[in-house]
Design a protein around this ligand. Structure first.
Ligand code: E4P
Length: 217
């Protein structure tokens, strides 16, 4: 499963990229607002840090407006994935952009039927929002399992990008279901490395090593 980080904070992105485990980045207008930076500048900087797909979202709601914004976004770098909302105009834009070879991430997916439409529109990525789904009393992971089944039934190449990931259990469940990608905030990705028994084990080994009086090298 690929790991994308869901942030516009370039320092956090650079830190995670240095682990060699980061496959891409997702941003959205709220994350750009949080960064306090110019949208196009921050996307350009992120594309220079990470070689994988960097999602940058259009804000127009009509097809022509989305196409105009997409033209600007896709010129930033080859690894930009234009993010469009799951609406009729968004999927029309998706179809057009992917037939021209541009990566498209269809966002704000909350049903398996919406994901089916995105697959038919040739989306590169579909982003079902599991956390927001859980928030309103539905099981976000059930949605991921349904989309996996549908895409496998029809051999859709669209990658399932689990979004709105809130905690490590979402990551584990995504991997068990066979999602292609998950995108999570930096804190959730960092939490995956941690286990109290790992820390305890390191302390025990170091204490015993100290007693040997030896040095490596
Ligand atoms: C994904 O591309 C979105 O940016 C993101 O995962 C939304 O997550 P949120 O529900 O925590 O805002």
């Amino acid at each position: 499963m690929k790991f994308f980080v869901d942030t516009a904070d370039t320092k956090e992105i650079a830190d995670l990229a240095a682990t060699g485990l980061l496959d891409g980045v997702t941003t959205n207008p709220s994350l750009i607002h949080k960064s306090g930076r110019e949208f196009l500048d921050v996307v350009k900087e992120i594309c220079g840090i990470v070689a994988g797909p960097v999602s940058a979202e259009v804000v127009a709601l009509d097809h022509d407006g989305m196409m105009r914004e997409a033209e600007i976004l896709r010129k930033i770098a080859d690894n930009v994935a234009v993010k469009v909302p799951l609406t009729i105009d968004g999927l029309k834009t998706c179809k057009k952009l992917t037939s021209d070879g541009t990566m498209v991430n269809v966002t704000l997916c909350f049903s398996a039927n919406q994901a089916l439409l995105a697959g038919k529109a040739g989306a590169t990525f579909i982003s079902p929002f599991v956390g927001r789904h859980d928030d309103v009393g539905f099981d976000g992971m059930e949605l991921i399992a349904d989309i996996r089944q549908i895409y496998d039934n029809y051999d859709f190449p669209t990658e399932i990008l689990v979004a709105s990931v809130r905690h490590p259990i979402h990551v584990l469940q995504s991997a068990k279901i066979g999602a292609d990608v998950m995108t999570a905030p930096p804190a959730v990705i960092k939490a995956l490395f941690n286990h109290p028994l790992t820390d305890k084990g390191i302390q025990g080994f170091l204490a015993d090593w100290e007693k040997t009086g030896q040095k490596i090298g």
